[in-house]
Design a protein around this ligand. Structure first.
Ligand SMILES: C[S@@+](CC[C@H](N)C(=O)[O-])C[C@H]1O[C@@H](n2cnc3c(N)ncnc32)[C@H](O)[C@@H]1O
Length: 203
């Protein structure tokens, strides 16, 4: 979505979307194709493009999958032009905050082990020559009501739910359904999730 949005909003000469997963790339091509967007199989540790090519690199919800962040930061410094910018979209460990944790508390424990903190990420990117410009934290609406949230969790749970047992998943879903049924239909409360956006520039 970000690749096609950037192609529309920024009108660059090209956008390259890289992911390690072929099924993810197939979905991206199917749902978010654009003449200026090229999807490529590859990894953040070894981006399959030449050096000094890009003005902007965006890591969206992927930093927690990258065990060697210094290596990734060096790779982004390689493909960026001097002064190029990296944007990291994630939730830093110290600000993990989502309704899923109310119903499946073990997901919070698992995410606390997976997600890096802001100081850890900024330090690793500083080792590769990046300077942090801004870090913005905000709550983003994900559904308009708890009922909609329950419907989404029932039909499209995120991949991290595979770490739970079937019994854990069902118990959390039962409690969520009960709270959703109690929510007055006349004043639904939007469900939000916290995101952090770090902007860093390379030297
Ligand atoms: C939570 S999904 C996020 C997908 C998408 N970027 C987004 O923002 O919605 C994490 C993605 O990271 C990809 N991934 C995991 N390790 C990677 C790596 N080393 N290099 C590139 N992509 C990786 C996975 O294939 C998966 O598509």
């Amino acid at each position: 979505m970000f690749c096609s949005a950037m192609a529309r909003w920024l009108a660059p000469s090209g956008v390259v979307g890289v992911d390690a997963s072929l099924p993810m790339l197939t979905q991206a091509q199917r749902l978010n194709s654009h003449p200026a967007v090229h999807y490529l199989a590859g990894t953040a540790e070894a981006v399959p493009t030449r050096s000094d090519l890009f003005d902007l690199a965006v890591l969206s919800r992927v930093i927690h999958h990258l065990p060697d962040r210094v290596r990734v930061a060096r790779e982004l410094a390689r493909i960026l032009k001097p002064g190029g910018v990296t944007v990291i979209r994630t939730t830093f460990r110290e600000r993990l905050d989502a309704r899923v944790y109310d119903y499946w508390p073990r997901l919070r424990e698992l995410d606390e082990q997976r997600f890096p903190s802001q100081p850890e990420v900024l330090e690793d990117f500083a080792a590769a020559g990046f300077t942090a410009r801004t870090v913005t934290s905000f709550a983003r609406p994900v559904t308009a009501s708890l009922r909609d949230y329950h419907a989404r969790m029932r039909s499209q749970p995120q991949s991290k739910f595979t770490q739970l047992t079937v019994a854990e998943f069902r118990e959390g879903l039962r409690r969520l359904q009960s709270d959703a049924q109690d929510e007055p239909t006349t004043c639904p409360v939007p469900v939000t999730e916290r995101y952090d956006i770090a902007v860093l520039s390379s030297s």
